[in-house]
Design a protein around this ligand. Structure first.
Ligand SMILES: [Zn+2]
Length: 404
């Protein structure tokens, strides 16, 4: 395993830290935002765009890749890095989350998860051992252990049973992995129950692994509930390992979590919102589909130096969205990813200079905690999940819409 993590500096006023992950495919500065490249592509942009934006690591979805094109094919073609021509680091999820949010007729047993593909109805079994084998075949630099992600408001009895099983699955993942090519991260669940969260985190961190993650947030709870829970739990994670908050979230969510000591994030929000015409800007959220932009020659975000903002007007972007032109998706995605990646760059600088609390206050102020709902335009996709790729488990109406 060629993976090493070092903490470089801790902010004087908050729990934030900056660090560096050394992977087999380059160095990743933390805190880091990892764009979601579900099907071996970040929707609407090219690998050259992602490199130019400064992305150092992408997230790939095991569930999607195992079903199509299949991990054996990717392996035969030289692994995921070579297959998609991405020279930098890749993290893959375990596939568990999509099994719960996308697959049909799923059944959870001690052995693993049995489910039917959402593509063709074919039957599959995802065990902890198979989840590790698939991610190793893909050649991921960071692998995630198979977990169950129960809805955050599950009955306590079910939650307890599920957490115990996730711990047993983690031990099996660790045995199957044995310090293999990538770095295996364990995932602590527990919903919003702090007692259960603490206990599960303790169980998970008792297993010696290169990194740890918090799963099961952003699945329908209020942002304040999630932020409060993460603030309690993150400091309990091992100091010397990367801490990953899965599937979160808005710029404010990210900054609050960084202040609590989280190092890694992935979320479909910036890319999915972009495709709905919704931009994150220094003046809050901007809906490009609105008629008010029809004659507006100003850039989407005057304080942004991304390609889109340097080159195009709000009027042009609004026209592209109104005309359903493909370029709209690319230009909006470039901007939103730039916004998220530069937000993290700004956070790293602020931490290095011990002024992160003021930085968070500034982000809160300019991004607006209570901005209009995301994706509220008629005819657009339903409001994007704040959560991880693939929609929200335990909720209806997401299947078939959010296969990111
Ligand atoms: Zn921009």
């Amino acid at each position: 395993m060629s993976f090493r993590f070092e903490v470089l500096h801790r902010d004087a006023g908050t729990g934030a830290r900056i660090g560096r992950m050394h992977t087999g495919h380059g160095t990743v500065e933390t805190p880091v935002f990892m764009p979601v490249g579900t099907q071996a592509t970040v929707k609407a942009v090219g690998q050259d765009d992602l490199q130019a934006l400064g992305a150092e690591i992408l997230l790939g979805n095991t569930y999607h890749l195992m079903l199509r094109p299949g991990e054996a094919l990717v392996q035969r073609l030289g692994g995921l890095h070579r297959f998609m021509a991405w020279p930098r680091a890749i993290i893959t999820d375990s596939g568990g989350y999509q099994v719960y949010s996308l697959a049909q007729s799923r059944r959870i047993t001690e052995e693993g998860a049995t489910f039917q593909s959402h593509l063709d109805g074919s039957q599959h079994v995802l065990t902890p051992e198979r989840a590790v084998a698939i991610q190793e075949a893909l050649g991921a630099d960071i692998l995630m252990a198979l977990d169950e992600c129960p809805p955050s408001r599950s009955e306590r009895a079910y939650l307890e049973e599920s957490l115990a099983r996730t711990t047993r699955w983690l031990r099996r993942c660790a045995r199957a992995w044995k310090g293999g090519s990538g770095a295996l991260f364990g995932i602590a669940q527990g919903g919003l129950d702090l007692g259960l969260r603490r206990r599960h985190l303790e169980e998970v961190c008792a297993i010696d692994l290169p990194g740890y993650a918090l799963g099961g947030y952003s699945v329908g709870e209020r942002p304040e509930e999630m932020q409060a829970s993460v603030a309690e739990v993150a400091p309990l994670m091992p100091e010397d390992r990367p801490r990953y908050l899965m599937g979160v979230g808005t710029p404010v969510d990210l900054m609050q979590a960084v202040a609590a000591g989280i190092d890694m994030f992935d979320c479909v929000l910036p890319t999915r919102c972009a495709r709905n015409g919704l931009l994150f800007t220094h003046q809050g959220r901007l809906n490009l589909r609105n008629a008010v932009h029809a004659r507006d020659e100003s850039p989407p975000d005057a304080r942004c130096d991304c390609y889109t903002c340097r080159t195009h007007s709000r009027a042009y972007l609004r026209h592209l969205f109104a005309a359903d032109e493909l370029l709209a998706l690319r230009l909006a995605t470039l901007h939103n990813l730039h916004h998220y990646l530069s937000l993290m760059r700004g956070a790293r600088e602020a931490i290095a200079e011990d002024r992160f609390a003021a930085f968070v206050a500034d982000v809160r102020e300019r991004e607006g905690g209570r901005a209009p709902p995301l994706g509220d335009e008629p005819g657009a996709d339903p409001p994007p999940a704040r959560g991880r790729a693939g929609g929200q488990p335990g909720r209806t109406g997401t299947r078939g819409k959010r296969r990111e």
